[in-house]
Ligand binder design. Sequence first.
Ligand code: PEP
Ligand code: MN
Length: 338
Amino acid sequence: MIIVMRPDAAEVEIEHVIERIRGAGLEPHVSRGVKQTIIGAKGDETALRSLPLEATAGVEKVVPIMKPWRLASRAFRPEGSVVRVGEVEIGAGAFAIAAGPCTVETRESLLETARAVSAAGARLLRGGAFKPRTSPYDFQGLGEEGLKLLAEAREATGLAVVTEVRDLRHVELVARYADCIQIGARNMQNFDLLKEVGAARKPVLLKRGMAATVKEWLMCAEYILAEGNPNVILCERGIRTFEDSTRFTFDVSAIPNAKHESHLPVVADPSHAAGHRHLVAAVACAAVAAGADGLLVEVHPRPEEAVCDGGQALLPADFERLARQVEAVRAALAPVGV
Ligand code: PEP
Ligand code: MN
C-alpha cells in the first residue's frame, strides 16, 4: 500500500501514519520529496485495509497495491482455470454450451427440450426450479419437483445440469441435484449466499449483476473462492442502460476485461441480455468472438406456451443454427486466437 501525504502535512502527522503502519505489523518506507512525502507500507496489506488511513490527518490518498480479488486474479493462475461440470470442461480453451428452458415446466417439455439441445451440440442443460421473479405473483418455479425432473433429464440425455439457487436455505438441496449451481444476477451480491455456495462442493456459475461493475463481480467470485470452492464460472448476461429496445445491454467488452483480470472461465448469456429471439444468435456470436468460454441459451419447443421468457426462447431449430454459427466463429478464430 502507498500512502501519499498532503503537501502541507505536518511532521507529526507523517510520524503518526508511520506509527500506524508499524502498529499493523508492516514496514514503513518513507520517501520525502520536495513537495510531498510518500510512505510505502511493505507487508501483508490486509492488515491495513481496516485502518481508516484515508481519514487520518495529513493523508491525501491511499493507493492499495493488492487487488481485492487475489484468488480470482489472473496473477494467481496465469494459465487460466478449467472448471469441470460433471464430465464437461469449461475454460482455458475448453468451450461448452448450456441450453434449456428458462424454468422447468413439465416432465414432457423438459425431456423434449433436453433431447433437442443435446442433439444440437449442447453439453449442459439449463433450467430454473427456483426462479427469481420480479413480481411475487409470477410463477416461482417447481422447487424440488423441478430439480427431480432436471436429474431425470440428465439421466436420459447425459447432459450436466445447471440450475439456480435463490435462497440460502436451499443450497444443500440444489447441490444434491445440480452439477453446477447458478447464482442469478439479482443475487450476485448476496454475500451470505455466496459464502454458502463457496462451502458447497459443486461448481458455481456466477452471473454478473445487472448494475455491477466487472470489479464488483470479481469480488463476488472472490467470496466463493475464499470459502475454498475453486470452481467458479463467470457469466456476463447484460447490464442495465438507457437502451430499452433490448432487455439489457450486452457488455461484450466485459468478457475480455474479466478474462484479463481473472483466470476464471467466462461464459455469456445472450438470451437475457437480448430479450428478443431474433437478437440472440448475433449476441452469442459476438460473445464467442470476444473470447467467451461457453454460452447459456434459453430454448423452448413451443415458446408461445413458455411459462416465462418465451419471447427470448429459441426454437430447437434456431438453437441448432446458433450452435453451428458459433462453431464457425470459433473455427475462423482458431488459427489466430481470440
Ligand atoms: C436465468 O438464467 O434463469 C436468469 C434468471 O437469469 P439472470 O439471473 O441473469 O436474470
Ligand atoms: Mn429466463
